[in-house]
Ligand binder design. Structure first.
Ligand SMILES: [Zn+2]
Length: 366
């Protein structure tokens, strides 16, 4: 008797369980999709169809979701990675709350926004060209230049490739031409008629081994720069630095021919090119560059107090120290802690950016 009663009890419990399952668990079998993948930076909206299978959608009512606890990144976008998002919905008048995993991924390649079609460069000059390229992406982009197909010692036209990669290995490439030109000391005084205009970016003139000046560009010494230079020099003398009266400021194309030839006689052309500019390639031709001298050591010495003072204070007078150790890879010149360049009211911003002039002018993200 007790045996039958027990069986009945089991049956009753089983029936009750089935009813329970039907009432509560069954609707819950309609589980949201396990993982939803969305591209980084896209506006986030979650639709029923993102979460439920097609045949389930009609049963789902009052679908809502809560983004208040979702992690945002510095750009105020949903951070890359997995997020658990609480969704709420009704099925058969039962309300359910569940967590849905949303993966934010970045599969978008950076896009080159500016780049040179071709670069003219003298032989035996291997410079960092990456500042010439800009690419946009929602994440930080790194530019790498592949010049493995270029023989910098041999004149000719070569193909090189720039790669823009973001932090998630999404990469775009852009090919460009490098023209290696022969350098002959006999021809350096010859005017290149192809160089017609100086490079001016944001009102700032840029002169370096890739950005020459026309040979007839003769603005003379810039008056505003000269005034600022005098104030800077006076302050240095006031600070007790041993500053010589001698100054090297404006140099014309023709003057630079003589200057460069003097250095070539002393050190040979390859060495001279590491510290002296070819005619048409000198910042002194702009009338905006000044060399300071120490009465005893002549040139300023790197990390000496006067060099440090200049590095930390030149911007207050509208100047930047142009050729630092950081600039060497871009400019091809050994550091010149005595050479300052007038950039006017941009000096503070350049100083604070910590960038070289090249990077500052070409970097659109500043
Ligand atoms: Zn100089």
């Amino acid at each position: 008797m007790t045996h039958i009663k027990k069986n009945k009890l089991y049956l009753l419990t089983a029936c009750f369980m089935v009813i329970l399952i039907l009432l509560f668990v069954l609707p819950k079998i309609i589980l949201p999709k396990e993982s939803i993948v969305l591209e980084y930076g896209q506006d986030f909206t979650l639709d029923k169809s993102d979460v439920f299978e097609q045949q389930q959608i009609n049963q789902v009512r009052n679908f809502t979701y809560d983004l208040s606890s979702v992690k945002k990144d510095d750009s105020n976008l949903m951070a890359i990675g997995k997020h658990k998002i609480e969704v709420s919905y009704d099925i058969n008048r039962n309300t359910f709350q569940e967590k849905v995993v949303v993966s934010i991924v970045d599969h978008t390649n950076p896009v080159f926004t500016s780049y040179p079609e071709s670069i003219d460069i003298y032989e035996k000059e291997d410079l960092d060209l990456s500042y010439l390229f800009n690419a946009s992406d929602l994440n930080d982009v790194t530019i790498k230049i592949d010049t493995s197909g270029v023989d910098f010692n041999q004149t000719g036209s070569y193909q090189a490739v720039a790669y823009a990669s973001d932090a998630y290995h999404n990469t775009s490439s852009q090919s460009f031409t490098i023209n290696i030109k022969a350098l002959d000391i006999k021809n350096i005084s010859t005017c290149n008629p192809n160089i017609k205009e100086p490079t001016i970016i944001d009102g700032i003139i840029l002169v370096n081994k890739l950005h020459p000046l026309p040979c007839n560009y003769n603005p003379g010494l810039n008056k505003e720069a000269e005034k600022a230079f005098k104030q800077l020099k006076e302050e240095m003398i006031k600070q007790g630095f041993n500053i010589d009266d001698k100054v090297s400021a404006y140099r014309s194309f023709d003057y630079q021919v003589k200057t460069f030839k003097t250095w070539v006689q002393q050190d040979g052309i390859d060495k001279a090119r590491t510290y002296s500019a070819l005619p048409g390639y000198s910042e002194h031709q702009t009338g905006l560059a000044f060399d300071l001298f120490n009465s005893e050591t002549n040139n300023f010495i790197q990390n000496d107090p006067e060099s440090k003072w200049l590095q930390e204070n030149a911007h207050k007078y509208g100047f930047i120290v142009r050729f630092t150790k950081d600039d060497e890879r871009l400019t091809g010149y050994t550091p010149e802690p005595w050479h300052i360049r007038y950039v006017g009211d941009k000096a503070l911003a350049i100083y604070e950016s910590g960038l070289t002039l090249e990077e500052y002018l070409y970097n659109t993200k500043r």
